[in-house]
Design a protein. Sequence first.
Length: 248
Amino acid sequence: MDVVLDQRQLWVVDLGSIEYREALALQERVRAARQADALPDVLMLLEHPPVYTRGRRTGEGELPFGEDWYRARGIDIVDVRRGGRVTYHGPGQLVGYPIMRTTDVVEFVRTMERSIVAGLADEGVATRLRTDEGPDYTGVWAGDRKIASIGVHVVKGVAAHGFAINVDNDLTPFGWVVACGLPDVAMTSVATELDPAGAAAVSPGGPLFASMRERMTQRFAEAHGRTVHVVDRDELEALAAPLVASVA
């Protein structure tokens, strides 16, 4: 399939709920295709079943109860090549994986952060950056509470991994680890910030999640000066698979 690349477009695909390892493999296929200019920049939006991921800067003791303890509670553990430390993904958390060309990783991350701040403001949640406090404070914060995490990994000029915004997910698993390398970090969510008393009754992945996904689609594209072009997974896979087959 021949594709005429339009650098003004950002291809956006909603993957729904997808297991972390499957999404990781898809990211690598899409990144290889992007490196070969077989498709434009892509933003994959999704949720994960419960999983802890350990980035390259993860230290000893950040999963203090031992891997068997977490797996007994239905939480997978995966080591990844992104920057950052331990974080949690689960239902009701909006995850975005931008597979995009970049020549400035720091500015790429700052642009991502600013787009999240804008999307959260659209939802009625005021947030801020804390980048002057060090690399462990990368992400987006509602006061002193962390609401969104970021970690990227760039190979041959193309980034993968990305952001995770706590929308209406259960925050309890963050308390079982040293989240983001910050022992005293307090995590929050969109649901909690909008209605602290009612957040516990919110079902993950509900209307609030759908609203936040739409807001981030628009704000992320806007921050990068792109127009949104929605594609489905089959269309994306059709472009990445032939390239993988040709180098296998």
